[in-house]
Design a protein around this ligand. Structure first.
Ligand SMILES: Nc1ncnc2c1ncn2[C@@H]1O[C@H](COP(=O)(O)OP(=O)(O)OP(=O)(O)O)[C@@H](O)[C@H]1O
Ligand SMILES: [Mg+2]
Length: 126
């Protein structure tokens, strides 16, 4: 699914996840990265917060789990990334508050069982 989604991504697309702990955000992001032609191994950026990769487009994998407050978003230079020409995928995007771009690609992942998920995608242009 991530690889398929990647075909549709254009410069400046921001992907935001609505998904609980361990729902599969990083796993889906790894597929998106592969679809964008990223060769490097994509790992969870929980401690680095922002990981940048080179693919067909610059790809930013962002994890805001450990972020508190909007000042920190400024300090990280996140706005420049979100409104730049790369593609970004944001775990725990709730922390962005009002900064979530209106035209973001929204992916909701729901647990069905230990090995099954329901994945809903909204905001994908035709
Ligand atoms: N689509 C899926 N179907 C079944 N299992 C999955 C799926 N996606 C991920 N998993 C499994 O769920 C676990 C958590 O995956 P992952 O790390 O991608 O979740 P996450 O949402 O990024 O977690 P975190 O909230 O810690 O960032 C892993 O064991 C992974 O193999
Ligand atoms: Mg994760």
């Amino acid at each position: 699914l991530g690889e398929k989604l990647a075909e549709k991504l254009r410069p400046g697309t921001v992907i935001v996840f609505k998904a609980g702990l361990g729902a599969g955000k990083t796993t889906l992001t790894q597929g998106i990265a592969r679809g964008l032609g990223v060769q490097d191994t994509v790992t969870s950026p929980t401690y680095t917060i922002i990981a940048e990769y080179r693919g067909r487009l610059p790809f930013y994998h962002i994890d805001l789990y450990r972020i508190d407050g909007e000042e920190e978003l400024d300090r990280l230079g996140l706005r420049e990334i979100l409104y730049g020409d790369g593609v970004s995928a944001v775990e725990w995007s709730e922390k962005l508050g009002d900064e979530i771009p209106e035209n973001a690609l929204r992916i909701e992942i729901t647990f069905l069982s230990g090995t099954e998920r329901k994945i809903e995608v909204a905001g994908l242009e035709p």
